[in-house]
Write a protein that binds this ligand. Structure first.
Ligand code: IPM
Ligand code: MG
Length: 369
């Protein structure tokens, strides 16, 4: 039987709880499909620091490189507030992104009809919302050097972060965005700050050239990133694909997430380039964080993580029909009125993490019967 290797890095806080529901979902697919997904587990984030003194071990990195895909839960929490900067939990996540060269971060913001009233905007603004944020993930201010704090010796310190982009980095992420747009609404907004930043000027130039050369059939609009944030809460349905840099993408995707009802709903895929054998490095993770305030209470919403596994089915395992089935199962459970506390509304039934996982598996049974 053809098989795939998936590495689990559940991480900290609610990560292990929500990942537990993904494991049960995978067991369902293994029992109902002709392809098997084999899994292995390792540590990332604060738990890796506790075990090894670093946010991810070389051994775990080797496993991540060898696997067909990685599923990550979440990292961080107050327990690790005082660990050295290079060993902080987030460093494990950033190393995975950088060392696996996962430059393309896909963050869909889809509003399930059943959740339109859980959004911070009125139903008419978000019903049917389907945005894909394409965030550059291995460059920009996250990784630019110098990145340091120096003591100026006069009682002052100076902090420097460096925002840097080479044209190839902009070109390859824009290419991903244009390709995706062709399969969706055929429209790309490219967000930068060319009015104040040189990286924005180059971003605009490279995206425009690529559009002229290869993607003239796709509608392209340039938008300043601050205006993009404003338009996202003013009239979000004008967007189809938004392509933007690492930092703006971080911020805009949180804003877009909230439009859909809860950060607990949003999956993401981080993809690299295909190698000669056709293998594409990939990591899937929820957009939400480790939520230490509710960790261990069985209250976390597992939907973002389960939907991230759905993206793995689609983008890493070529199991598009199975991915559609899983998306339908999630929508079905929401239609039944089942809600974790983060998306709870009047008249609905509040359930916990495990019950939500069970409901999704039961919906898979029913929809596939
Ligand atoms: C995200 C997160 C990360 C980021 C943190 C945890 C380092 O906010 O994936 O959006 O800033 O990229
Ligand atoms: Mg973020």
């Amino acid at each position: 039987m053809p098989g795939f290797d998936l590495l689990f890095l559940p991480g900290d806080g609610i990560g292990p709880e929500v990942m537990g529901e993904v494991k049960r979902t995978i067991a369902w697919f293994n029992a109902h499909s002709s392809k098997t997904i084999d899994t292995d587990d390792d540590l990332v984030g604060g738990c890796a620091y506790d075990a090894h003194g670093e946010a991810i071990s070389d051994a775990a990195m080797d496993k991540a490189r060898a696997a067909d895909a990685v599923m990550l839960g979440a990292v961080g929490g107050p327990k690790w507030d005082d660990v050295p900067y290079d060993a902080r939990p987030e460093a494990g996540l950033l190393r995975l992104r950088k060392d696996l060269d996962l430059f393309a971060n896909l963050r869909p913001a889809i509003c399930y009809p059943a959740l339109a009233d859980a959004s911070s905007l009125r139903r008419e603004f978000v019903e049917g919302l389907d945005i894909m944020i394409v965030r550059e993930l291995t460059g920009g201010v996250y990784f630019g050097e110098p990145k340091e704090i120096t003591d100026l010796g006069n009682g002052q310190k100076r902090a420097v972060d460096t925002q840097v982009y080479d044209s190839f980095e902009i070109e390859r992420i824009a290419e991903v965005a244009f390709d995706l747009a062709r399969k969706r609404g055929n429209k790309v907004h490219s967000a930068e700050k060319r009015n104040v930043m040189k990286t924005g000027v180059l971003w605009h130039e490279v995206v425009t050239r690529l559009h002229d050369e290869k993607f003239g059939d796709v509608e392209l609009e340039h938008i300043l990133a601050d205006n993009c944030a404003m338009q996202l809460v003013r009239n979000p349905k004008q967007f189809d694909v938004i392509v933007t840099d690492n930092l703006f993408g971080d911020i805009l995707s949180d804003a877009a997430a909230m439009l859909t009802g809860s950060l607990g709903m949003l999956p993401s895929a981080s993809l690299g380039a295909e190698d000669k054998t056709g293998k594409r490095p990939a990591m899937y993770e929820p957009v939400h964080g480790s939520a230490p305030d509710i960790a261990g209470q069985g209250k976390a919403n597992p939907i973002a993580t389960i939907a991230s596994f759905g993206m793995a089915l689609r983008y890493s395992f070529a199991m598009g029909a199975e991915a559609d089935l899983l998306d339908a199962a999630i929508a079905d459970v929401l239609d039944q009125g089942l809600r974790t506390p983060d998306i709870m509304q009047d008249g609905m039934t509040e359930i916990g993490t495990e019950a939500m996982g069970t409901a999704i598996i039961e919906a898979l049974d029913r929809l596939s019967a």
